[in-house]
Write a new protein. Structure first.
Length: 203
């Protein structure tokens, strides 16, 4: 049982922590802000992952597969949301004032939740974990609790890791021009990561 749980944890970290729009938002937030100012986004992404895991366990992915229109709507809304976040990253958007009096973009708790629950791929990740790596448990509720506990740990680790990477990059690239280019890079990567989801929407 312990080996199965460790395998589930390892795959959760790999799948949940893979590069994507949420990871880029975390890195961009870390590059521009302090650890404390990045915590709302981290908390939102963790809560979003927990909700996605619960919804997947309740059969949301099966419903999305049964009704393609609902899946396409989620893809369109989720992709548009990520594009708006990338645009906000470039243009300034919601801002906070740092210790040196400079205005910088920040993403908060709500953005973190929406990035997960509006992403069909997040449901596919949890379905993969449930169908291939979740060890058999005496009851369905215990299976859900195990999945949520492992996902919580994995989300905490990977979200903190991406935020720390951003903090390190922010210290390495501290000039205004360098910060602007770094912000543009993260925004471009967010768009690149969301393009496959948008391209799969039929005309």
């Amino acid at each position: 049982m312990l080996e199965s749980i460790l395998l589930l944890a390892g795959m959760s970290i790999l799948l949940i922590g893979s590069p994507g729009p949420a990871a880029m938002a975390l890195a961009a937030t870390g590059a521009q802000h302090s650890w404390k100012q990045g915590l709302p986004l981290v908390a939102g992404l963790i809560c979003g992952a927990q909700l996605t895991g619960l919804l997947t366990s309740a059969g949301v992915l099966a419903l999305l597969n049964r009704w393609p229109e609902a899946r396409l709507t989620m893809q369109a809304v989720g992709g548009t949301f990520v594009l708006l976040m990338a645009l906000r990253m470039l243009s300034g958007g919601t801002k906070v004032i740092d210790d040196q009096g400079r205005s910088r973009t920040t993403f908060g708790f709500r953005s973190g939740i929406l990035m997960n629950i509006l992403n069909p791929k997040a449901y596919a990740v949890f379905m993969l974990l449930i169908s291939n790596y979740l060890p058999p448990m005496p009851s369905p509720w215990q299976s859900v609790l195990l999945l949520e506990a492992v996902a919580l740990l994995a989300s905490l680790l990977v979200a903190s890791g991406w935020l720390l990477l951003g903090l390190w990059l922010g210290r390495m690239i501290s000039s205004p021009i360098g910060q602007q280019r770094l912000r543009a890079l993260f925004a471009a990567l967010m768009v690149i990561f969301v393009l496959p989801m948008l391209r799969s929407i039929p005309d």
